[in-house]
Design a protein around this ligand. Sequence first.
Ligand code: HPA
Length: 234
Amino acid sequence: MKAVICGTGIDRVLGECQECSIETRFGKVQYLVKGDTVIIPRHMRNHSIAPGLINYKANVKALKELGCEACIGLYAVGSITSRLTPGSVGVIEDFLDFSARKLTFFDGISAPLRHTGMVNPFDRKLIVEFAKSWYKAGEKEIKSGIVYVMTEGPRLETPAEIRAFRNLGADVVGMTLASEAVLLNELEIPFAAAAYSINWAAGLDEEGVSFLEDETVERISQKLLKVSLDALKS
Ligand code: HPA
C-alpha cells in the first residue's frame, strides 16, 4: 500500500473516495482510499484541525499498520526566497524545525530510546518518480533542493522571524512537514515531499500577507494529487 498525506487546498479536490478508519494505540485515524492509495487529509476535509493539534503519531502509526511502503507528503507553504515563488511547486530536500512539538515514537519511556538519522530524510527514488510524473503531466520545471522551516502556528510569522529563517537557509515556511518527516523516518516509511507556495511570507509582500486565489490553489492541488497518485504507481 502507498499513501499521500495532503493539506491546504488538496483536501478540497479529492473527489470520490472510500472513507475508512483504523484504531491505533495513539488514537483513531480517519482516512480515504482512492484506487489503491490511502489518503490522509491532515487537517481533515473541512480544514478544521490546527497544525499543532494534528495527531501526527496516530497518522503515521496507521500508515505503518496498513502496510505503507511509500508516502508522498504535500505541503502548502509561504515563500521566503525566490527559489520557490508563489504558484510554483518544488521538492523538499531538507528542513529546520522551529515548532514546539517534539514528537517521537522512541522517547526511552514508552519505547526504547533511539536516535534516528536525519541526513537523508527524503527517499531519492520516490523523489525521482515524483519528478518523472510531474514532467509526464506536461510541466516544464520542478524546483529542487528546497529547504523548509516549520513553525508551530497557527499564527503566521513576524517579518523578523522570516528574515531570521532566511539567514538560516530556509526557502519556504510551513507548519507540518518536519513532524511528519521525523515520524515517517522513525518507522522507516520511504517519504518524499512536495511544496506548493501560496503566498510570500511575512514582510516580503507590500500588501501584508496575501494568499493566491482559491481557484489557483485548486488548480495546483488537482495537479499535485494526480501526479502523486501516478508517482506512487511506479
Ligand atoms: N507561514 C506558515 N505556513 C504557511 C504559510 C506561511 O506564510 N503559507 C502557507 N503555509
